[in-house]
Design a protein around this ligand. Structure first.
Ligand code: SAH
Ligand code: SF4
Ligand code: F3S
Length: 476
């Protein structure tokens, strides 16, 4: 799997996870492909784990698979279109090579469209939402007996805490651990609360255990994942009351420190922080532990307070800038990245200019920038009109991309001349004689290989920068 966090993109690319499960055949082969966010990729590893136990072997070739599973994303219309196009390809493949092939849709599109997918996409045999993967063995039996199978029940407590994910298509260095599922925030533009259900936190012991296992397998970096990691809480109610006095409570900052204690050679990252909930306690944890990375992804979405109200984000421009100030004061080494939505309902030129001024002021090290895409059933779809013309959305997006590119160049220029610790991920994509790896601040560094191995920490003197990456020379 590669989730590229270093290109300026309008849409995160649809990454495919091609499973390489250990050979353990029940005579059947599965092909699994994933789209969307890191949570979805992490879920695919849970699915792979469940299928391994069922005796499935895997294949990189969908045309020879008995079962094709697509783990889908609904965040923007384009994400859904990509999956529909993919389904058309599988339809052709099934007809041509393998008429017995069964096709299943997992993830957020399965949850959003439910049985509609069976009716619309004649090819689909199985529809399973994000909280129903434990039921996959029974669902597979149903389709084996010639029926269609659907399970889209959302759960209030499923976290798959006890399932050890099978690590898929990763670089063997950097991995993900889900710490919460679902989201209770109801941002007006967002489909996630509908597709992923209520927010719930995972037992901290199982999180620490997974981090230990990953370290023993050779991984040197974990990203703690949740839609809003700052709202992670164990044995604490939403109102902040202790649930059971006889048990310890764990906040997100405490959880991060528990994982950081696993080994000083294991780097900790986290995503996504929510500006309304990012606490100073989290920033002090970053400051205290060298292995908690100097990097915060803090999606702002818009730089205008009225717009943020329409988005139902729960903070104002001033609040956001106050949080940025806290990061810059408590952890001055931290780089900060963000997400932006361009052309949300009713966005005026003035509101757009407020986003531009905020982007200039904060100087983000990276930004994911998206044109607003209306999603069915969301608050925005019911309450506001998607009234910014496509051309205006595109022009505003280009304007912000140019400013952000300049920000990135500036942030990266500051590293020139410094010696930074790089965690080697593997050969550079463009030149196999060079290596690539990230610094704590999350920027990718390319440098000549001198017999270093993936997973090794190497001190690299930074010699040049572009808006996308740094270049350097190893200091040995
Ligand atoms: N939980 C995270 C984000 C999850 S979705 C958070 O709250 O920050 C990732 C990003 O997709 C969001 O930050 C937002 O910028 C973008 N996004 C979500 N819904 C969108 C929509 N309807 N149109 C365009 N972009 C959207
Ligand atoms: Fe969506 Fe908002 Fe939840 Fe993020 S915090 S997943 S944007 S509802
Ligand atoms: Fe997409 Fe679902 Fe993630 S909508 S962004 S796969 S939570």
């Amino acid at each position: 799997m590669s989730i590229d966090t270093k290109d300026i993109v309008e849409e995160k690319p649809g990454n495919s996870t091609l499973v390489d499960l250990p050979s353990n055949p029940n005579g059947k082969k599965v092909y699994l492909e994933s789209y969307g966010c890191a949570m979805n990729f992490s879920d695919s590893e849970i699915v792979a784990s469940i299928l391994t136990k069922e005796g499935y072997a895997t294949t990189y070739k969908p045309q020879e698979a008995d079962l094709v599973l697509i783990n889908t994303c609904s965040i923007r219309d384009k994400a859904e279109q990509t999956v529909r196009n993919k389904l058309t390809q599988f339809k052709g493949m099934k007809r041509k090579f393998n008429p017995k092939m069964k096709v299943g849709i997992l993830g957020c599109m399965a949850e959003r469209l439910k049985t509609q997918l069976l009716e619309e996409e004649k090819l689909v045999d199985l529809v399973a939402g994000p909280d129903s993967y434990r039921a996959l063995p029974e669902l597979l039996k149903e389709i084996d007996s010639g029926q269609k199978a659907v399970n889209v029940l959302l759960s209030r407590d499923e976290t798959y805490a006890d399932i050890s994910p099978v690590k898929l298509g990763e670089n063997g260095v950097s991995s993900f651990i889900s710490i919460t599922r679902g989201c209770d925030n109801m941002c007006s533009f967002c489909v996630v609360p509908f597709t992923r259900g209520r927010e719930r936190s995972r037992n901290p012991e199982t999180i620490v255990q997974e981090a230990k296992e990953l370290f023993e397998m050779g991984f040197r970096e974990v990203t703690l994942l949740g839609q809003n990691v700052d709202s992670y809480r164990w044995n604490i109610t939403k109102k902040g009351e202790v649930k059971d006095d006889s048990l310890p409570t764990v906040s997100f900052a405490q959880l991060m420190m528990m994982v950081a204690e696993v080994n000083p050679l294991l780097r900790i990252r986290f995503s996504t922080s929510h500006p309304k909930d990012l606490s100073d306690e989290v920033l002090y944890a970053i400051k205290k532990y060298d292995n908690i990375c100097n990097y915060v992804h803090l999606p702002v979405q818009s730089g205008n307070s009225e717009m943020l109200k329409r988005m139902n984000r729960g903070y104002s421009r001033e609040w956001y800038l106050n949080r940025i100030n806290a990061i810059k004061t408590i952890t001055p080494e931290c780089t900060i990245s963000t997400d932006l939505i361009i052309g949300f309902c009713g966005e005026t030129e003035e509101e757009h200019q407020d986003t531009i001024s905020l982007v200039k002021e904060v100087e983000f090290s990276f930004a994911y920038m998206y044109k607003y895409s209306e999603r069915p059933k969301t608050l925005a779809e019911r309450k506001y009109e998607d009234d910014v013309p496509e051309k205006v959305k595109s022009d505003r997006l280009s304007e912000i991309i140019d400013i952000q590119r300049e920000n990135q160049r500036k942030t990266h220029d500051r590293f020139i001349g410094l010696t930074k610790e790089v965690l080697v991920e593997g050969p550079s994509k463009k030149n196999p004689d060079e290596l690539c790896g990230r610094i704590s601040e999350n920027t990718m560094v390319i440098f000549p290989n001198r017999d270093f191995k993936a997973g090794q920490y190497v001190d690299v003197k930074i010699t040049a920068a572009t808006s996308a990456t740094l270049r350097g020379e190893a200091i040995v």
